[in-house]
Design a protein around this ligand. Structure first.
Ligand SMILES: [Zn+2]
Length: 237
């Protein structure tokens, strides 16, 4: 074999190796999305398990390699999310990322301090009753700036109004001194209480959601995201 033929052969082998590697990489990417049938087969308990497993993958650094462009194309004609998440505005807690889910998997409502109001409840009624979502997750997080602001009765424009929605949780937590953002245990206790009171408000105020929960069509759980580990801890009451 002449030098030229050798070079050509080497180039061909290199090209083939590159093509095979890129084919293997794209084969590993997840292009599938939630379908009507897949959603119909998911129970509230299964939805919770899926979120727990997704968070475990996220925490262990084994997150799914989603092909978002492919998922965009596949969800263009409809969406069938299996869970709905109410979380804080905080930039560190994107629910789709921390639960390792792709396009079309989750409904997400976010507001500083993850409290609820009629607009959020109406949105969750849509998500659950009309769009088939099986689980509602109310997720707070550690070191929440909104909760700290409420603990300190911070005042700033319309933010004061927003933080006032967390006041019931501040008032409901007893036995901490000082009662300010300087007390980490107090802040966390208020965050926990805020999730529990938000769940109670959602159930008490929305007849639609309460009936769906009572009949077992959907479930509602609380969750707390640890910003230092990425781990989500779920709780029921
Ligand atoms: Zn927050």
């Amino acid at each position: 074999m002449g030098t030229r033929a050798k070079v050509t052969k080497l180039a061909f082998v290199a090209l083939l190796t590159t093509l095979l590697a890129s084919a293997a990489a794209s084969a590993d990417r997840v292009t599938s999305v939630m379908t009507r049938d897949a959603q119909a087969n998911i129970t509230p308990a299964k939805a919770l398990t899926m979120l727990k497993k997704g968070n475990a993958r996220f925490v262990s650094g084994d997150a799914t390699d989603y092909d978002y462009n492919a998922q965009v194309k596949k969800t263009a004609t409809g969406q069938f999310p299996f869970a709905s998440v109410l979380s804080c505005l905080d930039s560190r807690i994107s629910p789709e990322i921390v639960f390792d889910r792709g396009i079309g998997d989750l409904f997400v409502a976010r507001v500083a301090g993850n409290f609820t109001n009629d607009d959020i409840l109406g949105s969750f009624e849509f998500a659950s009753k009309l769009a088939g979502s099986k689980l509602i997750v109310v997720m707070g997080h550690s070191e929440c700036g909104a909760v700290k602001g409420a603990c300190d009765a911070a005042q700033l424009g319309l933010l004061s109004t927003t933080l006032a929605s967390i006041n019931p949780a501040v008032a409901a937590v007893e036995g901490h001194k000082p009662r300010s953002s300087k007390n980490a245990a107090f802040v966390q206790a208020v965050s926990d209480m805020n999730v529990r009171l938000t769940m109670k408000t959602m159930r008490d105020r929305s007849v639609v959601l309460r009936q769906m929960i009572d009949s077992g069509e959907i479930d509602m759980v609380g969750a707390m995201y640890d910003i230092s580990t990425g781990k989500v801890t779920f709780f029921k009451d």
